[in-house]
Design a protein around this ligand. Sequence first.
Ligand code: HT7
Ligand code: ZN
Length: 852
Amino acid sequence: PRITRREDYREPDWRVPEIELDFQLDPAATRVVARLWVQRSSEHDRPLVLDGDGLTASRVRVDGVEVPVEMDGPNLVVRLSGSAHLVETEVEIAPERNTQLQGLYASNGMLCTQCEAEGFRRITFFPDRPDVLSRYKVRMTADKARFPVLLSNGDPVGSGALDDGRHWAEWHDPFPKPSYLFALVAGDLVANRSTFTTMNGREVQLGIWVRAGDLERTHHALNALETSMRWDEQVYGREYDLDVFNIVAVDDFNFGAMENKGLNVFNSRYILADPDIATDYDYDAIAAVVAHEYFHNWSGNRITCRDWFQLSLKEGFTVFRDQGFSADQGSAAVKRIEDVRGLRASQFPEDAGPLAHPVRPDSYIEISNFYTATIYNKGAEVIRMMATILGPEKFRAATDLYFERFDGTAATCEDFVRCMEDAGGTDLTQFRRWYSQAGTPRVTASLKQEGGRARLTLSQTVPPTPGQPDKQPMVLPLKLRLFGSVTGRPLCDEQLIQLRDPTAEIVFESIPEPPVLSINRGFSAPVVVDTNRSARDLAFLSAHDDDPFARYEAMQQLMLDTLVASVTSGRPDHDAVIDAVRNTLTDPALDPAFVAEAVLLPSDSFIGDQMALVDPDAIFAAREALRRDLGREHEALWRSAHEAVRNNRFEYSPAGKGARRIKNVSLGYIAASGARDAADLALAQFEASDNMTDRQGALGVLVSSTATEQRATAIDAFYRRYADNALVLDKWFQTQALSSRDDTAQAVEALAAHPAFTLANPNRARSLIGAFGVNQRAFHDVSGRGYRFLADQLLALDKLNPQTAAKLLPPLGRWKRFDAGRAAKMRAELERIVATPGLSKDMFEQASKSLD
Ligand code: HT7
Ligand code: ZN
C-alpha cells in the first residue's frame, strides 16, 4: 500500500470555493449530483483530480458540456483549459450496503454520513483534503414517510412537499469548510429543542435529534451543550456563529462523535442517558464528548488542519479544552487523576510499542489508524505544558491570537506554537520536539540532604521508538516542592523547573530537616519519574502532600513498588500500603470521590508496564493478594463506607457521584476479602439499586465471583431487563469480558456466539472484543486461545468495517513484552492476519507494523 509522507505536502492545484450538492436519497440507490466551482490555484497545467472511493461517474460536465469520463484508479481526472470552471458530476451510491460506516450509510432506519477523515470521497468526487475549503449548498429529496426529517450543515433555507410522496429540504452553510465536515441526516426523528442566547445576544436554535422513544434520555446532553457553549464564551471568548446547532444520535458509529459544522453526529452512547441506563461514568463522558464536539466549532472548524499530519492541532487542543471544561464542572483533582490514568492506560503503552508515533506523525498508510491516544491525549498534554510554561493570562492571549490569526484557514501545529511564542514572549524551539519525537521521556530524580541544603539531581532520557533510534533532550516542565519529613511542613514554595538538558542539579538552601520530594505535581509533564523515595516517603506524601494529584500519585507509587516487589520476589510485604490506605480512608477532610480513586490499586496492565517481562498470572496473583489483605484489614471501614451510602437515592451531583464511587470501591474490597456474605451483599445492591452505576458495579463484582448462584442470577436478570436496549446490552458483554475469573477466555468465546452478539455494530464489537483485549490475564491465557480468538474476530470484522477492526488490534502487538511462548503465539496470529488475502490497508498497516 501507498505511504503518505508529511514532507511531500503540496498546496492543492485547484480550489473549490463553492459546491452545490443534490441528493435523491434512497437506502438502496442514492443519486448524488455535485456542482463544483473550481479555480486553478497557481500557474500550472495539471488536470483537476477529484478523489473517489468506489464511485462510478455516470456523467461529467464542464461548463455545461458533457465530457468523457477519465479515471485514474479510483479518482476522476478532469482536463480543464481555463482558470475557473463549473464541473458537474453524477454518481449513484448504496447507503444500505455501506458496512464500513464511512461516507453515506444506513443505521437503524436512518441515513447519515461520516466523512472524517476520507469518507466524502465515498459520496462524491472531490478534492477530499482538509485544505480545500468550500461554501456548501445542499438539497436533499427523500420519501417523506420514511425520512420526514432532512438535516445538513448550516442553516435551513427551504423545504417543501412533492407529488410522489417525497419531499425536499435545502441547507446553506455560509462558512467555508473542508469536505470532512460535511454532513447530512435523513430519518424519522424527534428533537429535544432549546434556545441559547450568545454573549452578543444572538439566538441559536439547539436541537438534539433521536428516535421518539429516546427523547426523554436527551436532557443531560442538551444541558451539557448549553453549559459548554457558555463555558467557551467565558473561558476562551468563543461565540457560536450559526443560527442553528443540531446534534443527531446514531446507533452505528465508528467513533464517539463527529463535529460536522452545525450538525454534529453522535454515537448514541454519548447522548442517551437516564439513571436506569447510564452510569456516572457515562454521564461524565456524555458531557465531555458533547463539549469536545462543540469546542471543535472553533478548534477544528473555523480553524482546520492543513493536512492530516496536523491532526493533533485540532484534536490535542480540543481534548485540552474539554478536559478544562470537565474539571470546572466538578472536582478538578479527580478529573486530573482520571485523565492521567487514561493516558497511562492507553497512550504510554502505545508510545512504548510498535505503533509509537510522534504527536505530529511523519507518514501513514491509512490516516484512520492515527486517531490515537498519542494524537488526542498526549497532544492535549503538550498543549497543557505550553499553558503551564506561559501561565494562564499569556496562554489566553496566545489562544486569542491563534483564533484571530488563523480564522477561516487550514493551519499547522507550527502555526499554533508560533502563537504561543508570540503572545507568550517565549522561545519554544526546543519544546517543539514534543511534536516530532515519539516515546515517553523518563526522568530520574534523586534528592540528598547535605547539612542545611538539599541537592536534587535530575536526568532525562527518551527511549528509542520505531524509526527514531536516537533522541534529543526534551523540555520538561516539572512542578516540585519539598516537605519536611519530621514536621510535615512545606520547606519551599511550589517551583516550576524546566528540565532542558540531559542532567541538571538544583540546590535548595535552608533545609532544616530531612526533606521529602513532591515532583511532577499535577502531572505537569507526561513523563515517567523514577525517584529514590522510600516507602516511608511515599506514605508520608500520600497523607500530607498539598497537591491532590501528587498525593494520589504517591499512593499509586507505593502500591506499584509493593506489587512489583511482590511479583519479582514472591514475598509480599503489604504493611506500608495497608497503613497508607487506612490513613486515606479515615481522613475526614478528604472528598470521598478522591478517596475512592486513591485507594484503588493500579491495574494488572499498568503493573505489567513497569516490568521488563510481563507475567500475567504472577501479576494477577500479587494484585489479588494485596486486594484480599486490604479487604480483610480494613473490612470494618469498607463495610461502614458501603453502609453509610447504601440507601442513598440517585442524584447526579458531585456528592452523589462521590458516594456511589466509594460505595462500589468498598463493595469490591469486601468481595476481595473473601467475606462469606459478599456475593449476597452484591446481589442485594444489584437488586435494590435505583441507578446503573450501582447495578453495574454490583454486576462487575458478581461476574468475577465464584458464587455460582448469585452470579447467574445477576447475569440473567440484567440480560432480561435490558434485552431491548442495545447500549445497556453492551455493558452486559463488556462486564463479562472484563471478568477476572479463570474461565473468562472460554466465556468470551461463548459470548461471541450469543444471538445478541454482532460484529456489524461497532459498539457491540468493542464491548466484547475490545474489553477482552485489555483483560490482561484472560487475553494472555497461556494456551494462546485469546490470541486466536482476537485474530479470528478481527479478520471477520475487517471484511465489514476495517476502521473498527484495525483499532482493536494493538493488544496483539505487545508480544515483545511477554515470554517466548506467548510471544511466538502472538506473532503467529499477526502473521496469519498479514497473510490474509483481501486484507484492508487499515489492518495491514497495524498488523505489519506490530510484527517489527
Ligand atoms: N474528529 C472526529 C473524528 C472521527 C473519526 C475519525 C475516523 C473515523 C471515524 C470518525 N468519526 C469521528 C471525532 C472527534 O475527535 O471529535
Ligand atoms: Zn475531536
